[in-house]
Design a protein around this ligand. Structure first.
Ligand SMILES: Cc1ncc(COP(=O)(O)O)c(C=O)c1O
Length: 396
């Protein structure tokens, strides 16, 4: 009989186990971070791909440039200028495997174990996880419904400095923040940049949701307000088109790009780049209009059902002007983490607020609800079911 090989003595110091699990879906799935499945533009992508392959299919014979295709980077350069007021060059644009890879490359380049990284008080789980793996000391700065409160950030930096902490950077999702749905007004962004400049700190701006605005005015990107080159800007095609494409990008000063290039192991798929570039060149505006109109309808359905079912019960929620999520807050004594599994078993999925907290200690009485994935009807119905569950639990 052959003995099974044992790897136990061969793992590197940084190797650790992580459970392998697939997503579990509730009937009313407000826990996910997905866009609306009915908006995936399969035909447009196919047409774009066809056009791209006709033009340069033979180039698939080459391994792609580590920064991504020139044409896609030209497109991104124009998009950054038109949509975000960012003037840049294609040498300062690196196409990545989703913005998740972009964030991780930056984190790997800027973070040593024990370094302090400031994030919003509640932060996107993927980045939280990457920062934890980099062994950062992650500290959340206070938020209100307009995002980071500049004075609180200044106070926090002073406090951390007085404790001798080595603060490396601020990571911020200023537009339709994940998980709270808040958007920072341009004025606050300016103030945050002034505070960071005073303390000599850089900023990692995650602009993942910016294409999903369905009402209100777009706010200036941090990067467009920055005159000193201290902002690294990350964005994605996951929310504008589909996460399954796995494509995002990072825009930063050239010296940073060389560092990112060192850690990047291979160029992004040229095949997917062709589909994205040629689809968006033709249909970006009409596609954006379509998805944002639907997202608005879905948000409205969820918000009106929240009003009908939770109005006057001491529960509050954010009403985002775009993006995919809203943030619901119950009275302080309510433990949303403890109720999560039972509520899921009753058919309603949500993610409890403490999951997004760097300390894991705040946000227990809050939850993130994704309004983007289910249909408007399911949003309405599911919130009714959620309220029924909360009534049974005597929370409302
Ligand atoms: C704020 C934020 N940043 C980055 C990502 C990663 O997205 P992707 O890697 O698909 O571009 C997400 C995904 O939900 C997100 O919410």
């Amino acid at each position: 009989m052959t003995t099974k090989f044992n790897f136990e003595n061969f793992y590197s110091e940084k190797s650790e186990e992580q459970e392998i699990s697939g997503p579990a879906h509730a009937k009313y799935d407000f826990a996910v971070a997905y866009p609306a499945p009915e908006t995936i533009p399969s035909e447009g992508l196919l047409e774009g791909l066809k056009k791209g392959l006709e033009r340069e299919g033979r180039d698939l014979a080459y391994y792609p440039h580590s920064f991504g295709s020139r044409e896609l980077r030209e497109f991104i350069k124009e998009k950054l200028k038109n949509d975000r007021g960012i003037e840049t060059t294609i040498e300062e644009i690196l196409v990545t495997h989703g913005s998740g890879e972009a964030n991780n490359l930056v984190i790997q380049n800027l973070t040593d174990p024990g370094d302090t990284v400031i994030t919003e008080e509640f932060v996107y789980l993927g980045t939280l996880n990457q920062l934890q793996k980099a062994k950062a000391d992650i500290v959340g700065t206070k938020l209100d419904d307009k995002g980071i409160i500049p004075e609180e950030l200044d106070k926090l930096i002073n406090k951390l400095k007085s404790e001798g902490k080595n603060i490396k950077y601020l990571y911020s999702i200023p537009e339709f923040q994940n998980p709270t749905g808040s958007t920072m007004p341009s004025q606050r962004r300016k103030e945050v940049l002034q505070i960071l400049s005073k303390h000599g700190l850089p900023l990692l701006e995650d602009d993942c949701y910016v294409d999903l605005r369905f009402e209100g005015e777009s706010q200036d990107s941090y990067k467009s307000l920055d005159e000193t080159g201290s902002v690294i800007h990350v964005a994605s095609f996951s929310k504008l088109i589909a996460p399954g494409l796995r494509m995002g990008y990072v825009n930063a000063p050239i010296e940073i790009m060389k560092r990112l290039n060192y850690l990047k192991t291979s160029g992004p798929s040229q095949f997917v780049s062709l589909a994205i570039e040629n689809f968006l060149k033709n249909e970006m505006d009409s596609h954006k209009e379509k998805i944002t109109a639907l997202l608005r309808e879905k948000r409205d359905a969820m918000v009106s059902s929240l009003g009908e079912n939770f109005g006057g019960t001491g529960v509050s929620w954010t009403v985002p002007e775009g993006g995919c999520y809203l943030w619901i807050t119950f009275p302080e004594s309510v433990d949303m983490a403890a109720l999560q599994q039972e509520c899921f078993d009753e058919g309603v999925g949500y993610l409890a607020g403490d999951r997004f907290s760097p300390s894991g200690k705040s946000g227990t009485n809050s939850a993130r609800l994704c309004f983007a994935y289910e249909t408007p009807e399911m949003n309405r119905e599911g919130i009714g079911k959620f309220a029924e569950f909360m009534r049974q639990k005597k929370v409302i």
